[in-house]
Design a protein around this ligand. Structure first.
Ligand code: GLY
Length: 258
């Protein structure tokens, strides 16, 4: 940025959901003000979902609104957080309670960075990906079943297909109901239970890990209430277990109850 002639500064905070707070927002806003940034600046959010959610919220309120660009470096951010304009911080009561609908000017998905992530982070992003397949696209569901191994070896074509399909599904929904007056609620599949689990785990579970449990629990409820066939529920839980076989504790949680 500096080489291109832009004044720029890095504002860094501790990784993890526990940083997605009003306190971190205030800390970064104060640092930006101190550095002299005014309404003609732009925020470039480089990181995962915590960074893009928090940076988007800061951009939405700083100087009554400045532009922001997301540069997503995790599968979870690529699959969900960086697209769609939901920005927020967490509170002690629950996640994402304070925030804005505020769209980024542009979103970059850097697939090469996925290879630098711990396996838990990839599994976490896969939960959002499986969510999209379950709610919108049976072909994508089959694709994930057949290509799980290539995801773990970061096959370029497979990763690009996943990134594109996630965005297409999310974009199609958000374009029809940006402010979640109805349709967009389908993107919350698994989240009612997942978010509660994430909060009570004190964020020891990653977002996608809690979501995987939420998806399995909601599939069980859907089956009990007659909205989902038993065979479909089994397929869904089986796919959720695939990325998680590297996460013994999560497998135990899912395996014990379902
Ligand atoms: N993560 C759900 C949504 O963007 O609506």
């Amino acid at each position: 940025m500096k080489q291109a002639g832009y004044e720029s500064d890095l504002f860094v905070f501790q990784a993890g959901e526990k940083s997605k707070t009003r306190k971190t927002k205030e800390m970064i806003e104060d640092a930006m003000l101190e550095s002299g940034y005014r309404r003609d600046c732009c925020i470039l959010a480089i990181g995962g979902g915590v960074v893009t959610d928090l940076a988007g919220f800061i951009a939405g309120t700083y100087g009554r609104g400045i532009p922001f660009i997301n540069y997503a470096t995790t599968l979870l951010a690529a699959a969900d957080a960086s697209v769609g304009g939901k920005t927020a911080v967490d509170t002690p009561l629950a996640t994402n309670l304070i925030g804005l609908f505020y769209q980024p000017k542009k979103v970059y998905l850097d697939i090469a960075t996925w290879q630098t992530l711990p396996q838990r982070q990839i599994a976490s992003g896969l939960a959002e990906t499986i969510k999209h397949a379950c709610l919108a696209d049976q072909d994508f569901f089959e694709y994930l079943k057949q290509h799980m191994d290539q995801i773990w070896t970061f096959d370029k074509d497979v990763c690009e297909h996943i990134a594109r399909t996630n965005c297409k599904i999310k974009y199609t929904v958000v374009m029809q109901d940006e402010r979640e007056t109805g349709l967009r609620e389908i993107l919350n599949l698994g989240h009612t239970i997942g978010r509660a689990i994430e909060t009570v785990s004190d964020y020891k579970l990653l977002h996608g890990e809690a979501l995987a449990i939420g998806l399995a629990a909601e599939a069980e409820l859907a089956c009990q209430f007659g909205y989902l066939a038993k065979a479909e529920q089994d397929e869904m839980v089986q796919l959720l277990k695939e990325p998680d076989f590297r996460l013994p504790f999560l497998l135990i949680l899912i395996g014990k109850s379902w």
